[in-house]
Design a protein around this ligand. Structure first.
Ligand code: IDP
Length: 151
């Protein structure tokens, strides 16, 4: 089963959208196998967003993402990386379709309430950055046969 790293950003926590966001994924059938409220250190923020280093918004992004608690999560399910990205919506506010998380709640390119891994490679890297092995819990959900037709 595929795993993705998902994070409700400081603005999502402050806007009290944590339950709304997790609820959408739960209803889809995505399983939460890691979850913690944390404040990201500057060092971790710079590692997580290393690919954006040098861009005009980079320092602002580091300041923003370390400005308050975030909810970091590992989610699991069939094809979850792509599924979650679709549910999150586009980065540019004008491009995020209604019905997506950003389409429904975001008007700003920077303060966009949620992060989700965009590839298998990045998911593995981000999960390793944020979670120790023992913080990821493997368990089975009773509803599983009602979500997946295959065993
Ligand atoms: P993503 O979060 O949709 O994967 P990325 O392009 O990977 O988008 O950018 C990472 C984060 O950097 C965005 O979620 C957003 O918070 C911030 N960001 C991206 N582009 C801009 C911008 O043009 N202005 C301000 N912040 C931006």
């Amino acid at each position: 089963m595929e795993k993705s790293f998902v994070m409700v950003k400081p603005d999502g926590v402050q806007r009290e959208l944590v339950g709304e966001i997790i609820g959408r994924f739960e209803k889809k059938g995505v399983k939460v196998i890691g979850l913690k409220l944390m404040v990201i250190s500057e060092e971790l923020a710079r590692k997580h967003y290393a690919v954006h280093e040098g861009k005009s918004f980079f320092e602002e992004l580091i300041k923003f993402i370390t400005s308050g608690p975030v909810v970091a999560m590992v989610m699991e399910g069939e094809g979850v990386i792509g599924v979650i990205r679709k549910m999150v919506g586009a980065t540019k506010p004008g491009d995020a379709d209604p019905g997506t998380i950003r389409g429904d709640f975001v008007l700003d390119a920077g303060q966009n309430i949620i992060h989700a891994s965009d590839s298998k490679e990045n998911a593995e890297r981000e999960i390793d950055l944020f979670f120790a092995k023992e913080e990821i819990i493997e368990y089975s959900l009773a509803v599983r046969p009602w979500i997946y037709s295959l065993p």
